[in-house]
Design a protein around this ligand. Structure first.
Ligand code: ADP
Ligand code: ZN
Ligand code: ZN
Length: 735
């Protein structure tokens, strides 16, 4: 053994593993460059090689250096994570009581999480333009897809689209090749951003102007705003003009949108205003496209990053403004692994960077409204619809004792009829896919259950299948009852597939569009239906919440809500809030242009106070009432909460783990507030039993102290029977 001190440094590394700590390694002796914080390195861990992130260089380790393993090789010349990102990741690991290695890994695009080829392959950017004589060589009129793509080219600036744009619009490469084969397209040089002139902005109305002025005057300072503006009141226009101010000041902007909010239309709207300056991050992109967007934001090459949840983790070195659209949307909360809230991280980033953050919604979350009350957030309001549109009239249809036709009341059906006769469109909303949520034997009462969940199977009639919407198990529709052998089936309850059939038989000459996860797979499918609807022909739209936001359908004047009652009676205290938000979002689809809109809500509980206040007094009053209720009950946002969850193949194992944890915590703090451990209302899902231990405290610091202990004990406790557990800080669901 050498007696002189070790000359190569010790590095502290964040390793993607389930432990809430970092690990010390030796820097390779033969490596000429010193370690840099944020750099990715390949390391041995157990019997695997993983990608870790250098946190710092150390002069000494608590562990005998002779026992330390060495880094295999650095993977970056320049660090992949900036200092600001490291700081954010370290804060988040602490706040969410989640392993730092996993947090930092999630801040990297997928292509940088693996060892091996780390440098992105630069793909040749190819662009095509419509052949000057394209209209003389149209494909057969039945080639709908080809026509749709041609249409996209015809409406693009200079009839030119890049491969990337074609993809974003949901068209496939083979389809493009078809058009190339027919010589309908010719190769074109990429449009230089400068050749595209930005669309000029409209004159703002007074409310919009004062919202823009308030945020603009705060550029360069940390200030939190809540923009409360009804659907169609021009919030997006406010974002666009604020971004323009931000870019003028030489800064970048980050815009977060919910999972289903980032439609091609939204992207195009931003692109038209800021040609060549938008980078986007969403689930429709390939890994290499995501990497390119991530790098474009990070290098400053693109000034605006528009993206869904994880975009909040991307680096923008000159970030000067953060906007969170539809801030109430649950998709901002990651629901597995590291359960972060992109909205809350956005606020934290704005604080770190001293820049304004604008949270916006037509139906603000109770959390944000509470923050307004506490004068932490500055409230901005848009109460008029932009242009000439009027808000729709909303009323309840009491369906108790009424005869229903596949879930639809006479009242709703006759309104649909009237709407179609007036040459307008009707939207029927039901947040349940499939044909019927229950299959029952009429002879003996047998019900089709999922083998792996405590849940019923949903009938998907057209595919002759039973499907579990919780674990995605599938089985063929049984020809006979497995219990009694009869084949007299009852299909109980409506689903979108069933509504479609019912409406088709009643309105035989009317076009019906169904939008749900079964009918629309990619952005391209959605885009095609949306384009067809925008044609404005009288038609009926049926949809789940996929239809609830992001789309403007000027000719929809009637919205019928088939069933929302379940949301009013859920075990989860947030369900009513969610139900109110969804209802308003769907209602907001009606009457967006010159035509006035009407919303009918079918219900079995027309006296429900929440429903009544929502309808008669509006979302604002509804939300204040909900807040009061939460205050009386001491629930969030009046208390801070966290859920520790466990799951295992045996219920006992899941329960025991949380019970042991509870007892340990109780010994430390006999006076803490906890509920449980409780099995989830649907205890078994995908073959595993799930339990929750709910912690609550009016004091955030105390809660976090307890969570720190819980994390510590949780890691120490022996885990048997395939037990998994997790901590969820600021949960949006309890189970
Ligand atoms: P929101 O984001 O609140 O739903 P948008 O910004 O999409 O509202 O505005 C709704 C419609 O009104 C859009 O078609 C938009 O182009 C138009 N619009 C918004 N602001 C103005 C304005 N100041 N003048 C004219 N049209 C506007
Ligand atoms: Zn039977
Ligand atoms: Zn299941």
């Amino acid at each position: 053994m050498a007696t002189h001190p070790v000359t190569h440094p010790i590095v502290e590394i964040a390793v993607p593993c389930p432990l809430r700590r970092s690990f010390d390694y030796l820097w390779p002796e033969d490596c000429p460059q010193p370690p840099v914080a944020g750099q990715r390195v390949e390391i041995p861990f157990g019997n695997r090689h993983l990608v870790g992130i250098v946190l710092s260089e150390k002069s000494a380790s608590d562990i005998n250096t002779a026992k330390l393993k060495a880094v295999i090789q650095p993977l970056d010349a320049e660090p992949s994570l900036s200092e600001a990102q490291l700081k954010l990741g370290q804060w988040a690991a602490k706040y969410y009581h989640h392993p730092i290695g996993d947090c930092l890994q999630q801040m990297l695009p997928v292509s940088l999480r693996k060892t091996g080829n780390s440098e992105p392959r630069e793909q040749a950017v190819s662009c095509w333009r419509l052949h000057p004589d394209w209209q003389q060589h149209l494909p057969s009129s039945r080639a709908h897809q080809q026509h749709a793509l041609l249409e996209a080219f015809a409406t693009a600036p200079e009839h030119t689209l890049s491969m990337k744009q074609v993809n974003t619009l949901g068209f496939s490469r083979p389809l493009l090749r078809e058009l190339l084969k027919r010589e309908l397209l010719i190769p074109a040089p990429a449009l230089a951003p400068a050749t595209l002139s930005p669309e000029s902005p409209p004159e703002l109305n007074a409310e919009q102007a004062s919202a823009v002025a308030a945020v603009r005057d705060s550029l360069g300072q940390f200030r939190r705003f809540l923009l409360d503006g009804i659907t169609g009141s021009g919030k997006t226009e406010v974002y666009l003009q604020l971004i323009a101010h931000c870019l003028q000041a030489g800064r970048q902007a980050l815009v977060l949108v919910p999972e289903i909010g980032l439609t091609p239309q939204t992207l195009q709207r931003f692109e038209r205003r800021f040609p060549g300056q938008i980078a986007s991050l969403h689930s429709g992109l390939s890994d290499s496209e995501r990497l390119r967007s991530w790098q474009a934001a990070r290098s400053g090459e693109r000034a605006v990053l528009l993206g869904t949840r994880s975009a909040v983790l991307a680096e923008l070195p000159k970030l000067g403004l953060i906007i969170v659209d539809e801030e109430h949307d649950p998709s901002y909360k990651q629901q597995d692994g590291w359960r972060y809230s992109a909205r809350d991280i956005a606020v934290k980033r704005a604080a770190d960077l001293s820049c304004p953050v604008l949270l916006a919604s037509a139906t603000p979350s109770l959390d944000s409204l509470f923050n307004v009350k506490q004068q932490r957030y500055h409230l901005l309001k848009l109460q008029q619809r932009a242009g000439s549109a009027k808000p729709p009239s909303v009323r309840l249809v009491d369906i108790r004792h009424q005869s229903l036709h596949e879930g639809l009341s006479d009242t709703l059906l006759s309104r649909i009829d009237r709407t179609l006769n007036a040459g307008q469109q009707a939207l029927v909303f039901l947040n349940r896919r499939g044909f019927a949520p229950t299959l029952q034997c009429h002879s003996c009462g047998w019900i089709a259950h999922c083998n792996a969940c405590d849940a019923r199977m949903t009938v998907h009639f057209r595919r002759r299948e039973l499907r579990c919407h919780h674990c995605d198990a599938r089985a063929p529709l049984p020809p006979k009852c497995p219990d009694c052998g009869d084949s007299h089936w009852l299909f109980d309850g409506p689903g979108t597939e069933r509504l479609e059939l019912a409406l088709k038989s009643r309105f035989a000459d009317t076009t019906i569009h169904r939008i749900d996860r079964d009918t629309t797979r990619g952005q391209g499918d959605i885009q095609r239906v949306v384009n067809a609807i925008k044609d404005g022909q009288p038609s009926i739209l049926i949809g789940t919440q996929m239809l609830a936001k992001g789309h403007h359908f000027p000719n929809v004047t009637l919205v019928g809500i088939v069933d929302m009652d379940a949301g009013l009676f859920s075990a989860d205290f947030r369900a009513v809030e969610r139900c109110g938000q969804l209802l308003m979002q769907v209602a907001g689809r009606a009457g967006r242009a010159e035509l006035p809109g009407e919303v009918l809500i079918q219900t079995h509980c027309p006296e429900h106070p929440a429903l009544l206040s929502l309808i008669h007094q509006g979302y604002g009053a509804f939300a204040q009432q909900q807040l009061q209720e939460r205050e009386t009950l001491g629930l969030p946002p009046f208390a801070h909460s966290a859920v520790i969850r466990s799951d295992a193949v045996k219920l006992q194992v899941a329960e025991d783990f949380l019970e042991q944890l509870r007892q340990r915590l109780y010994l430390e703090h006999p006076d803490w507030q906890q509920i449980g451990p409780l099995p989830a209302p649907m205890a078994r899902r995908a073959g595993r039993y799930r339990c929750s231990l709910i912690l609550q405290s009016p004091n955030r610091v105390l809660l976090h102290r307890q969570l720190g202990l819980a994390a510590h004990y949780g890691e120490q406790l022996k885990k048997t029977g395939g037990l998994r557990w997790s901590i969820d800080v600021d949960p949006i669901e309890l189970f």
